[in-house]
Every structure is written in C-alpha cells, then in structure tokens.
Write a protein that binds this ligand. Structure first.
Ligand code: PGA
Length: 258
C-alpha cells in the first residue's frame, strides 16, 4: 500500500459555467491542501483547465479527461499532451468506459497512453467489464484490456501509470449499485498479478490501483480499508464539493487493513 492515497474527481461534462467550476475547484483545493496523506487530482472538462492551471499544487493536481496521441498538427478538435503539459496538467484519464462507448479501441487508448507518458503525464488507465459472470470470464476480459492497452509501452515509463478499476455496471447515473469491497479486493489482487506476469513484481506493486463506480461519502471508507486499492476515482459525488471534501478527509484518516 502506498503512503499517499490518490483521490481523483472526474467531473465529466460538468458544470455548465466557468464560475461554478472555479467555485468547486477552490473549495476542494482548500481541503486538499491540508491533507498530508492524500493526493487529490481534479479532472475538469478541457475548457476549464486554463483557469485552474495557476492554482494547482502537489496536493491538489490537475488532470484531463482525454488527450490525443500527436504533439501538434492538423487534427481538428483534438488536444495534445504537450498542450496539457504546458497548462500544468499532470494527470490524464484514458480508456474511460464512456469514451470506449464512443468507439475508442484498446489500440487508440494505447497510442494515447504512449504519447501521454512520453510527455511525463501520469496516466490513469480505466479498465472494467460490462457484466460480472460467475465463471470468471470478466477476469479474462480485464486481462486482455490491460495487456492490449499497455502493449509495447517501455517498462520504465510505467512509473507514471495508475490503473483504475471501474466495472461498467457500477459507473454513472444508470448504475444500480457499487462493487463490494470484498470482490474489489479479489479483483485488485488479480490486476496486480497481471501486471506482475506481464511486466515485473516491482511494477505490480508500484502501480497504484484505484476503484471507481458509484463511490460516495458512505462507501469510500470501506473501499479504501478493505478493497486492496490505493485510491478512488469519483464521478457524480465529486460534483458536490462538500461530499467530495468529505471523501478526501476519509482518505486522510482511513486505517488500512492490508
Ligand atoms: P460515478 O462515475 O462515480 O458517477 O459512478 C465514476 C467514473 O465514471 O469515473
């Protein structure tokens, strides 16, 4: 278990105005700055990044929700890792299920990971099955997602990799329930085993694993305590700065069982 917990706010396509976004950001920052054992990462829509770029710090970092795989050029509508880096962005979420649903393949995700790592961005790679079966097919699915998205990525760059396990059935407004800490514990061990078999034991233990999917102030502690993970990726609950600040404080104070 790492010394610091990583708690990521995925604001998705919210809020509507810069004014609201700044208010949320500054409130969260106030709490985040006080927490010695938590690294907070806020990932707003691209459009707000510039307005936050001078306010970031080690404890309250700035992340993006996507990035393109080229440095510059004729790619209408895209944002490059170099442009993010220039705005003090240190993290980027890649492979989120809501982007995979729009057609992003493991190959595209791999190209984006490669480019982001080259620009010294920390990559939060999301993986997750759409259905949980009892025969363990979902584990084979996760293995495939990890292997394909990290294919041919140089080992030394994996020091900046974070894996977020987000079972699709637990993510977003249509989710019926979150995963359980007990089942998350098993899955997190499985993810470490894949990383160990594919790369090395060292990498398997060095890569932080996060859980995402219907995290709230009520279940955060149990996931952090008993789920075998190093942090959380929070969607809806991160839009309410009061609830998100509570989650950050929980992460600061939680005692870990492992
Ligand atoms: P949720 O989203 O917390 O709203 O389920 C998590 C995510 O999509 O990262």
């Amino acid at each position: 278990m790492k010394i610091k917990r990583i708690i990521v706010a995925n604001w998705k396509m919210n809020p509507r105005t810069t004014q609201e976004a700044r208010k949320n950001f500054l409130h969260v920052k106030k709490t985040a700055e006080k927490l010695t054992k938590v690294q907070t990462v806020i990932t707003p829509p691209f459009i707000f990044l510039e307005s936050f770029s001078k306010e970031t710090s080690r404890r309250c970092a700035l992340g993006a929700q996507d990035v393109f795989w080229k440095k510059e050029g004729s790619y209408t509508g895209e944002i490059s890792p170099a442009q993010l880096y220039d705005l003090n962005v240190t993290h980027v979420i890649l492979g989120h299920s809501e982007r995979r649903r729009l057609g992003e393949s493991d190959e595209i995700i791999r190209d984006k990971i490669k480019a982001a790592l080259e620009y010294r961005l920390n990559v939060i790679l999301c993986i997750g099955e759409s259905e949980r079966d009892t025969e363990g097919h979902y584990l084979a699915f996760l293995k495939n997602e990890i292997k394909k998205s990290l294919e041919r990525i140089p080992k030394k760059q994996l020091a900046r990799l974070i894996v977020a396990y987000e079972p699709i059935w637990a993510v977003g407004a249509k989710a019926k329930f979150a995963d359980t800490p007990e089942s998350l514990f098993e899955t997190s061990i499985f993810i470490r085993k894949i990383l160990s078999d594919t790369f090395s034991k060292k990498i398997a233990f060095q890569v932080p694993i996060l859980y995402g999917g219907s995290v709230t102030e009520h279940n955060a502690e149990n996931f952090l305590k008993n789920g075998g993970v190093d942090g959380l990726l929070v969607g809806r609950a991160s839009l309410d700065f009061k609830e998100f600040s509570k989650i950050l404080k929980i992460a600061q104070n939680v005692e870990c069982a492992t």
